[in-house]
Design a protein around this ligand. Sequence first.
Ligand code: HAM
Length: 407
Amino acid sequence: MIKVQRGCKDILPEDVLTWQMIEKTARDLFQAANYKEIRTPIFEATELFKRGVGDSTDIVNKEMYTFSVGGANKDENSITLRPENTAGVVRAYIEHGFNRKSAPVKLWYFGPMFRYERPQKGRQRQFHQIGVEMFGVSEPAADSEVIALAIKFLNKMGLNNLEAEINSLGCPECRQKYKDKIKEVLKPYLNELCDDCKVRYEKNPLRMLDCKNEHCASIFEKDGIKDVISGDFICEECREHYNKVKEYLNVLGIKYSENKMLVRGLDYYNRTVFEIKSDALGAQSAVAGGGRYDGLVEMLGGDKTPAVGFALGVERLYELIQHQDEEKLDYFVVSTMPNDALLAVNKLRDKGYSADFDFQNRKFAKQLEKAGKIAKKALIIGEDEVNGGYYTVKDLASGEQTRVEEI
Ligand code: HAM
């Protein structure tokens, strides 16, 4: 029997409703923030990713689905299934002269990506990303908008216990000094590093910092090396930019932590980088990642254009939604009439549902907010319901409301 390819999944009818809900939430949120949807092809010239994502990255070196098609001059016709979509969106931005539009140009996308990785939990060969890219603004307010948008989207999906990590990679100039310093202190240990790190040492030393090899990690912990890695290397301008990003995040009430080891697996970043993580995902803990890439448009042949964006893995998001649903109550009874609430909760529990209500009899809106965090459905008993002799059941994921006579 022919089966689905390793690392790929069928999205079955019972899952599609959740996928549609994810897509609708993204569309509504991003459109409200003035992002326009863009749909680019799922394959591009191989050269785009080699130059765009960077040929020292694992993605380009090990994970691309590359084909040579037609013609005698196969190199020219080499195409690759997109492993990510920032490079493709940048190509489209340049090709369609989007730089002539007034800045910022804000775009979002949803679609399949392809990486030839060893499949494991949270790591597929075909997976989907939702992403946004904002072009034309170098100010730190753009970085914080993008980070805030990613978090807002996840909150809208009912996910509130996620960790945002941020870092600044500085600009090419200050980063070069940092790279040189790291190479200098690691030189005596070069033979001990894993094979991947030996290559990274030459091609992209920062990538060594998030190596998963235990021996490499123990070398990075040594005195004299650790201090260099965690040292403050970014220049005055980059520091100011980074401080502003943090200031805006504070203003927006967004919790984050700083992680010096956060370098990301793609070469195009400068200054702000970030990831949003959840322990519930296991080893592949990032549900979203992104950052600033001020050099990419120019590097791919366009005008010098600052840009910042993120992408979020839809399968990982789906996993988190499922995980959270397993932990959620079936019902939270929302009512400002304690007698009715108590009766309803007991009826629901007798029927085998997990259910709770607000013991403090707080305002209706507060109760509904709590329901959204801890339950799949709210059973609403207001005056209309009591007078009409029915209950309103609100599905807290889709927002859909139905009337029921009996529980
Ligand atoms: P990335 O960190 O490579 O960034 O991918 C973003 C997200 O896609 C990850 O956080 C993860 O949730 C999901 N993802 C990546 N690989 C897989 C996989 N093999 N299986 C399942 N999910 C996966 C980028 O792709 C950048 N283009 C993000 C960006 C946009 N930066 C600026 N703009």
